[in-house]
Design a protein around this ligand. Structure first.
Ligand SMILES: [Zn+2]
Length: 425
């Protein structure tokens, strides 16, 4: 069982590699990197001429909806969408039904992924039972069963005392704790970012301060407890500035941004189109610019999609009634190339970091490098392939994307997972 990827530009930030080379994978692991490698007989060949060959991309924030909401997504369909987006590893949030707050559910996801998933799936356990924000969940048991982090994503942990205790548990189990930063008392009833646009359309606003006050509180608790604390889907200028400050103080604090938050602002929203409704909402243009700045400066460690499938029946309602969230696995790489790399805001090397060593530094999956002996996860992408995203062809079970029929230049070309070709364009 071997694959050789020939003639690509190999970019592996973990080993400071940027060179034209072949990559050989044997028995699921990286066996060699170098020019003109000789491959074992029967090896599959992928010609990556003109393409970038990188460690397998990691999406540390995905909603797979299984168990409980399989009409929206399943572990199998979500993993196929991931592969088609160039991702080889994904971490799935616990807001399933039942919530992944126990060994039973974590074990179910691990086993189901082993049978059905085409990429590596790493479950994230809940912080509190039922993500209700009151009682701490069975963190130690979930970790033993395969959970790689804890989060109540979809909801914040509102109670500061509970959050403090959770951080102490996270620290003692050496797990990152991921917060969906939203003060519900400030955001309640809001449907989009609070600003000129929400006033114009007569929609209730979600103020930037609802994110900022939660980030501020949590950074103080992270200082108190020493926990590894991660802000999910950061979206405001103040939140990025506070994370940068905390990092300069030496705290183990990280954050991620979604492609839609660095690509779009509320000015690009289509009025009342629920494919632009998500939490946090698309912010004003100055916040969007702050996301790009955070990516260039190194404050933001990872690009994560917050892939949030919802079936058409739920998204095709009045704007106020629609659930929050959009799918994003298949468009993330192309949006990063279009909005960050092509305009020269970040280099290709930095882009690969944001999808590999960055999320790896938070989640510690033992991936994100092409070092010899590492798992044979490889993402191949192109900076010039021209393609059009047709959401109706998506591997996801849901269709809620604002990027339907968008023409892209650049995108994923192949995803190889543990030495097996799982998707190619
Ligand atoms: Zn969230």
């Amino acid at each position: 069982m071997s694959i050789v990827i020939r003639n690509g530009r190999v970019i592996d930030p973990a080993s400071s590699t940027d060179a034209l080379a072949d990559v050989l994978i044997v028995d699921g692991r990286i066996a060699a990197i170098g020019p003109n490698l000789s491959a074992p007989g029967g090896a599959e060949t992928f010609n990556a001429g003109g393409m970038i060959v990188a460690p397998g991309f990691i999406d540390m924030h995905v909603h797979l909806r299984e168990p409980g909401y399989e009409h929206a997504e399943s572990i199998e369909s979500g993993s196929r969408a991931a592969a088609a987006g160039g991702f080889t590893s994904i971490c799935c949030m616990p807001n399933t039904k039942p919530v992944n707050d126990s060994v039973t559910v974590t074990s179910y996801i691990v086993e189901r992924a082993r049978q059905k998933a085409v990429v590596n799936v790493f479950p994230i356990g809940a912080i509190t039972k039922g993500s209700a924000g009151e009682e701490i969940a069975a963190i130690g048991g979930m970790k033993a069963a395969g959970a790689v982090a804890i989060s109540d994503d979809g909801l914040p942990v509102m109670n500061a005392r509970v959050m403090r205790r959770a951080m102490e548990f996270a620290r003692s189990y050496d797990l990152p704790i991921i917060q969906h930063c939203e003060d519900l008392t400030l955001s309640a009833g809001g449907d989009m970012h609070e600003g000129a646009q929400s006033v114009r359309w007569g929609l209730r606003g979600i103020p930037a301060a609802s994110e900022d006050v939660m980030v501020a509180r949590d950074l103080l608790l992270a200082q108190l407890t020493g926990a590894r604390y991660h802000v999910a889907h950061i979206s405001t200028a103040n939140a990025v500035a506070m994370v940068a400050f905390a990092r300069r103080q030496g705290l183990a604090v990280t954050c991620e941004v979604t492609p839609h938050h660095f690509a779009l602002s509320d000015e690009e929203m289509h009025p009342y189109d629920s494919n632009y409704k998500m939490k946090p909402p698309l912010r004003g243009a100055s916040h969007r610019e702050a996301m790009v700045y955070g990516l260039t400066r190194g404050t933001i460690s990872a690009i994560a999609t917050d892939h949030a499938p919802h079936p058409g029946s739920e998204k095709m309602q009045e704007f106020e009634r629609c659930p929050f969230g959009i799918i994003g696995l298949e468009t993330a790489v192309a949006l990063t190339l279009e909005y960050l790399v092509a305009p020269g805001r970040i280099t290709l090397n930095r882009m690969v970091e944001l999808f590999t060593t960055g999320p790896e530094s938070v989640m510690r999956l033992g991936r994100g490098t092409l070092a010899v002996g590492a798992p044979g996860d490889v993402t191949v992408f192109s900076t010039d392939v021209e393609w059009t995203y047709d959401v109706n062809q998506s591997a996801s079970r849901s269709r809620n994307s604002p990027f339907h029929e968008r023409k892209f230049r650049g995108g994923p070309m192949a995803a190889i997972v543990n030495g097996e070709m799982r998707w190619k364009r």
